[in-house]
Design a protein around this ligand. Structure first.
Ligand code: SAH
Length: 245
């Protein structure tokens, strides 16, 4: 079919602290079969490793170009749409959708957004603070009594879902006048809010409650563009200066 794979280069698969090198290789292979090539690995336990190469089979190129990061923030700093995958529902509700719906949302954004899809540790998945960096959470519908897929297989299902929907889609360019804010810009804004909220006495660092989590959820839900982030930071700065002056 006359599909261009170029939009797929906008999608980064991020493995957070995988324990088994075999799963890294398996993920690389899963990606390549679906036309994806941008693999990021955060703090792998064992990597590089012959088991990774062995499981990657014909996808050595994806493995060789994979980048290893010391933190999740670095791996997603330039991303503008971040999806977390999870087999479980978490305590603070976050937008949660099935893989088909999330894949459609990703494809809709490909003309304008650099995307990351995060996958968690084999034993414990993604931590709450990692899931809270995401715009939405993706669940692969599965047996309610045993819903946890092998890591590389979860990567396969998600990449397949994106690939098959992209084949049928006509990518329309986005209409917005400004670039969507990156994860690093939103982190900067949240950090700025936090320090000003503490300085102003609104937030008690000894007893912060859920304020920052709720603010983070609000700021990711509204998906600000980079001009809006700069404007909010300018406002915070002036309000802080006004209080001190
Ligand atoms: N025991 C862990 C699951 C780890 S499975 C937990 O309870 O969270 C390793 C990773 O594969 C998960 O972090 C997630 O990224 C992905 N995964 C496995 N099953 C999934 C499912 N049903 N839906 C979405 N992601 C899944």
């Amino acid at each position: 079919m006359g599909m261009t794979v170029e939009p797929l280069s906008q999608i980064r698969i991020v493995l957070v602290e995988p324990n088994h090198p075999g799963n890294i290789g398996g993920a690389a292979r899963a990606m390549k079969t679906m036309g994806l090539a941008d693999l990021a690995i955060v703090n792998p336990l064992r990597y590089p490793d012959p088991q990774a190469e062995w499981r990657a089979a014909g996808a050595q190129d994806v493995l060789e170009s994979a980048r290893v990061y010391a933190s999740l923030d670095e791996a997603i700093a330039d991303r503008q749409w971040v999806v977390g995958t999870s087999a479980r529902v978490r305590r603070i509700p976050w937008p949660l959708e099935k893989a088909t719906t999330v894949a459609a949302g990703i494809i809709e954004r490909l003309p304008t957004h650099r995307v990351a899809v995060l996958f968690g540790r084999e034993a414990s998945g993604l931590a709450n603070d990692e899931l809270q960096k995401c715009h939405c959470h993706l669940v692969i519908p599965a047996n309610p009594d045993y819903s946890s897929l092998n890591l590389a297989m979860a990567v396969q299902v998600v990449c397949y879902e994106i690939y098959r929907q992209l084949e049928d889609s006509s990518l329309e360019p986005g209409q917005w006048d400004r670039a969507p804010a990156t994860a690093a810009q939103v982190e900067g804004l949240i950090g700025h809010f936090e320090s000003e909220l503490v300085a102003s006495g609104f937030l008690d660092p000894a007893n912060p409650g859920q304020t920052m989590t709720r603010l983070r959820r609000l700021l990711t839900r509204i998906t600000p563009d980079e001009t809006e982030v700069a404007m909010l930071r300018g406002i915070l700065k002036q309000l802080g200066a006004g209080r001190k002056g």
